[in-house]
Structure formats: structure tokens, C-alpha cells
Design a binder for this molecule. Structure first.
Ligand SMILES: Nc1ncnc2c1ncn2[C@@H]1O[C@H](COP(=O)(O)OP(=O)(O)OP(=O)(O)O)[C@@H](O)[C@H]1O
Length: 255
């Protein structure tokens, strides 16, 4: 079953006086099935962040629609949006977005605090997630006391604690060294194997190899979709690299 349906999605940015228009997304169509792990790739300025913002209901499309579990995000009332986002989506960002004055534990609890959950429930929910992510021993530390990889693990725990339908990640390994990035992608793979649907924007071919499919965006449109299927990691790496080369050189996509 499709968890995410994107139909004829369009986003045009207009400057205040209307003199300058940028068609960031022109006509984007794709679906994400439950349990998928999709990487979104494309050159700088191709519209990836714009797309992610629309998937996250952080911005309104100029045309078309995004449906999450059949619910058209465009029909959400302004006051429903924050709650809908909290209940259905988990976010992981390149720069972690952890609050420095909160311990990792309190950062992870934050979405549940906002939902008004009791401390015991927060603790019960966090325990298995922290264990899985290997951060049980450092939960009382503050973000500035731990490594980038550990910060990102805490951010992933925070994204997962509400048991979201969909995790949206924007360059999650972008600020990590290659060892921590590999660890994070392994973790995403495991979380996905356990049933979590993930959509991740990345510039890294290596990170995209962890996904089950890659959606390539060019000039605000879907240029190509690649599925891992039975491809080995090396083959997948090669196919992604080849497609990025075609994207960059303006050639036609290979079918
Ligand atoms: N708030 C905005 N107002 C006007 N134009 C914008 C705005 N945000 C993005 N754009 C333009 O829309 C286009 C797509 O931008 P977007 O940030 O979505 O690309 P991207 O693929 O995420 O790029 P990058 O990989 O560099 O983050 C670009 O031409 C950009 O300049």
C-alpha cells in the first residue's frame, strides 16, 4: 500500500513584488510504498529541499498534492499541522537540531513532552530505541559532550520515539565522518528492515546505496527512478554514479 502519494506537485517561489519567479518543482509524481527506503538525489538547486519541505507539510504547494496515508496535507488546517507532523513524521537533519541545553535523554523525550505523555511512558518508549541505537550509556550527556555520530543517533532516537509513519531525513550523514556516516546508514537499513518507511535526501552515493530505491530530481522534475532489486552494492553504486553523471552532463536518462 502506498503510504506517500505525490501527484503533479508544483512549487513556484515568487518574490514579494512578483517580479521574480522560480519554478522549483514543476510536475513531480511518485509514490512511496509502506516499508520503502527511498533516497532522493539531484544537483544543487534541483528542488530536493523544496520537495522535502512539502512532504513535511512545512510549506504549501503551488499546485498538485501530497497524500500521507490518503490524507491530503493541503487540506490540513493551520492549527492541525503541527500535531499531524508530530504524530506522523519523524525528522532527521544534517545538523542534528538537538537542543544544547537539554540532555540527549530530554532531547529524545521532547516530541512526547509536546504530546503531554507521562514520564514513565517516555522512559518505557525510549529504552528499547536507545538500546538499539547504542546510546543507553550516554543519555545523560549533553549534545556538546558527545561525537557527531552519537548526536545523530540521539536525533534518530528522537525521530523514532513517536513511532512515526514516515521518517524524513535531510542529508543525515552530511556532517559526519565516513565511519560515523557508514554506521548511521547501517542503522537506517536496520530500522527500515524492521518496517520503518524512510525518505532521505542525500548527495552521497554511498549513503544512497543503503536505500532500496533512488529518485533522481532534475530541474524540478523526476528524472529517473532506480530500484535496487537484486542488485549488489557495487552494482547499485555504479548505477547511481552513472545516473548522476548523465544528470550533470545533461544527457538523456538510460531506461
Ligand atoms: N524561499 C525561496 N525563495 C525563492 N527561491 C527559492 C527558495 N527556496 C529555494 N528556492 C529556489 O528553488 C530552487 C530549488 O531549491 P532547493 O533548495 O529545493 O534545491 P536543492 O536541490 O535542495 O539544493 P541543495 O542541494 O543545494 O540544497 C533553486 O533555484 C532555489 O534557488
Amino acid at each position: 500500500m502506498a503510504i506517500l502519494e505525490v501527484e503533479h506537485l508544483k512549487k513556484t517561489y515568487t518574490t514579494r513584488l512578483g517580479s521574480n519567479r522560480v519554478e522549483a518543482l514543476k510536475d513531480v509524481n511518485f509514490t512511496v510504498e509502506r516499508g520503502e527506503f527511498v533516497a532522493i538525489m539531484g544537483e544543487s538547486g534541483s528542488g530536493k529541499t523544496t520537495l522535502l519541505n512539502l512532504l513535511a507539510a512545512l510549506d504549501k504547494p503551488t499546485g498538485g498534492q501530497v497524500r500521507l496515508n490518503g490524507k491530503n496535507l493541503g487540506e490540513l488546517k493551520e492549527k492541525e499541522i503541527a500535531g499531524f507532523r508530530r504524530e506522523n513524521l519523524g525528522f532527521v537533519f544534517q545538523d542534528f537540531n538537538l537542543l544544547d541545553t537539554f540532555s540527549l535523554r530530554d532531547n529524545i523525550y521532547l516530541p512526547l513532552v509536546l504530546e503531554g505523555k507521562k514520564y514513565e511512558e517516555m522512559s518505557l518508549r525510549a529504552e528499547p530505541i536507545a538500546k538499539k541505537l547504542g546510546i543507553t550509556q550516554i543519555l545523560n550527556k549533553y549534545p556538546y559532550e558527545v561525537s557527531g555520530g552519537q548526536k545523530q543517533r540521539a536525533a534518530v532516537a528522537r525521530a523514532l520515539i513517536t513511532n512515526p509513519e514516515l521518517v524524513l531525513a535531510d542529508e543525515p550523514s552530511g556532517a559526519l565522518d565516513s565511519h560515523a556516516a557508514d554506521g548511521l546508514m547501517k542503522l537506517f537499513g536496520e530500522i527500515n528492515e524492521e518496517g520503518q518507511t524512510i525518505v532521505m535526501v542525500t548527495h552521497s552515493v554511498k549513503a544512497a546505496c543503503s536505500a532500496k530505491g533512488v529518485l533522481f530530481i532534475k530541474d524540478g522534475e523526476v528524472f529517473h527512478q532506480l530500484y535496487r532489486g537484486s542488485l549488489g552494492r557495487d552494482e547499485m553504486y555504479q548505477k547511481i554514479s552513472d545516473t548522476l553523471t548523465i544528470l550533470a552532463t545533461g544527457g538523456e536518462r538510460d531506461e
